[in-house]
Ligand binder design. Sequence first.
Ligand SMILES: [Mg+2]
Length: 281
Amino acid sequence: MRELLDDLKNIRLAIFDLDGVVYRGNTIIPNADKVINELKDLSIKVVYNSNNSTATRKTYVERLENLNIQSEVTDFYTSASITSTEITKIKEKANIYVIGEIGLRQELKSLGHNIETNPTDYKNIDFVIVGLDRDFKYDKLAIAQRCILEGNAQFYATNTDSTLPVARGFKPGAGVMVNALITCTGRVPIRIFGKPEPFGIELILNDANIPPEQVCIFGDRLNTDILAGNRAGIISVAVLTGVTTRDMIANIKEKVIKSKDFDNNLIPDLVIEKLADIFKN
Ligand SMILES: [Mg+2]
């Protein structure tokens, strides 16, 4: 069994971002499966925290299974599942208009909420919830706008990622849809539930009942994964297999030093080229 780097030797829980860390598009990042299995062999609990709200957690289990990684539905904390958990704390069995995909709709339905696809009475809608929607249309935006401006619907968002990493390059992220609704309503989301907001990591720490200093997050994005991890007081590890490069980290460090406005929580505790680098040899 290989030994972990000293910085990580006390961890009991590892949180993995998915896109850019475990896979990119449908392709596994080399050795991600091996590293995850080795961590489990060391009795380290592994969970997954993704800002992608498009798929259900069951779909993620199947997706990882195809990549030779065994997991359970409860191992996943997606911005859709986190949003559903948190929205239910605000109101049970709400009427919701969703700009988003099946992942978000299913997670909300599974907690007893009613998803209105074509509301006739805008005043009847409690929440408009926006996530990544690859079938985003003008009509959907117009309905969401009316629910908020003509009704009393409260505006929430799963996440505001600007881009979505795909097999080759990037596509537009959920932030595009969120900003469209901000533009036509003059309102901003009351809460955004995905990273870098604290909701997901708080749920994970609570469910696992492990103190933050024994937890790490592996992420490829500084303004979501690393920021969320540092704010939660867990060990933040940037993996350079996704959106972030060593130059980008050097740039951020320089800006933090030069300007007080820059958040030093954007700087990872540890930077590794690839997941396999968490081992000493
Ligand atoms: Mg990522």
